[in-house]
Design a protein around this ligand. Structure first.
Ligand SMILES: [Cu+2]
Length: 369
């Protein structure tokens, strides 16, 4: 599913979808100019680590996500599988996937995606807080991982799926992750926590067709202990430039030895057959927002360690799986700049990378505690 023909298919799908239907979308006309202004005078949202939130606030967040899963889709005419407002976000990620992973725009695109989701929770579901994040360095051990408060069944998003030893049946498991996951421990339909029994309406893989299936998780604490190690985190934070930082976040291959922070979270939770491991439909698992909150927090932390330089430093290929992410061979590409466009079809005006470089600009206006 990660091979180049899907890249082409993805581009065609996006192009077709954008031409086909005109669904009114909220506009954010002031985004470009707002990016250079300051956040002063507006409420700054403070994103906090999950376990530092008081328990009632953890429940508020969970209830807001569940609320979004019950609100009607606005883009259901465009994406057959989008049945709820939550699904609109899932569909957006699916159709953009081949433009926003294993390349230069990766962190920038996801920064605005999380911001859109956070605003949706607040505006549509009355949530008063910010999107929480996950400090995985508190949970990156073989014995500690599954005990993370993030996976708590009452004050968290639930834990692992029941263990399924054989996941080779292509009817039950039509899409599996290309990495051979070591010591997988789950694979079954989630049967605990607030999202127990959740039905995900699209995925796995590159399609926005209506394909309802149970949410699966397939924890690999062994993979987590390697890919999310303290040394991998330190290597990212110590990176001397954005190009190197981005490699330390996105990894160097789909072999276990090449997985770093991004894949470590997705595959540590999603394993061989879980939704979180799917490059396209991973937002089907609400843990997605914590995976990308963690990365966005690390990017912000890295930026602010040398703000005068890093507030405007971006690098990497415009094309996915191009150098230095050429896991499947060389792919033609150009290096991106701050002017590189970020697309959010049916979610408002498109942006450029420049617009999302500072979390404290007037458009984003959030910080990390
Ligand atoms: Cu993504």
């Amino acid at each position: 599913m990660y091979l180049p023909q899907f890249v082409l298919a993805g581009l065609l799908l996006v192009a077709g979808v954008q031409q086909a239907v005109a669904v009114p979308a909220p506009t954010t006309d002031d985004i470009t100019t707002a990016a250079s202004a300051s956040c002063a005078g507006k409420d700054v949202l403070v994103r906090k680590e999950w376990r530092s939130l008081p328990k009632p606030e953890r429940l508020d967040y969970i209830n807001a996500v569940k609320c979004l899963m019950k609100k009607p889709s606005k883009n259901g005419e465009v994406y057959a599988g989008a049945k709820s407002r939550y699904d609109d976000f899932l569909a957006l990620h699916i159709v953009e996937t081949d433009l926003i992973h294993f390349n230069g725009p990766f962190l920038a695109w996801h920064r605005w995606f999380l911001h859109l989701f956070e605003q949706e929770l607040r505006n549509t579901c009355g949530y008063k807080g910010a999107q929480p994040y996950w400090d995985f360095s508190k949970d990156n051990t073989i014995n500690g991982f599954s005990k993370s408060p993030l996976f708590d069944v009452t004050h968290g998003l639930g834990g692992n799926g029941p263990y399924v030893a054989d996941v080779s049946d292509p009817i039950t498991f039509p899409v599996t992750t290309p990495t051979i996951i070591p010591n997988r421990t789950g694979g079954g339909c989630l049967d605990n926590g607030p999202f127990s029994g959740l039905v995900v309406n699209m995925g796995l893989g590159l399609s926005t067709d209506y394909t309802p299936h149970c949410l699966r998780r397939d924890f690999s604490p062994v993979l987590v202990s390697q890919a999310l190690s303290n040394s991998n985190l330190k290597a990212a934070l110590d990176a001397k430039n954005y190009f190197d930082f981005s490699i330390k976040i996105q990894g160097t291959s789909f072999e276990v030895s090449g997985l770093t922070l991004h894949a470590g979270m997705h595959l540590g939770i999603g394993g061989q057959v879980g939704d979180a491991a799917d490059m396209y439909s991973s937002p089907g698992d609400p843990l997605f927002w914590f995976i990308h909150g963690a990365l966005d927090k690390i990017w912000d932390q890295w930026q602010r360690a040398n703000w005068s330089v890093r507030k405007s430093e971006i690098a990497g290929p415009d094309t996915n799986f191009a150098y230095p992410f050429n896991f499947f061979g060389d792919v033609p590409y150009k290096n991106i700049t701050l002017d590189f466009p970020l697309q959010y079809p049916y979610f408002g005006k498109n942006l450029t990378v420049r617009d999302v470089m500072d979390t404290k600009n007037a458009a984003l206006c959030y910080t990390y505690a």
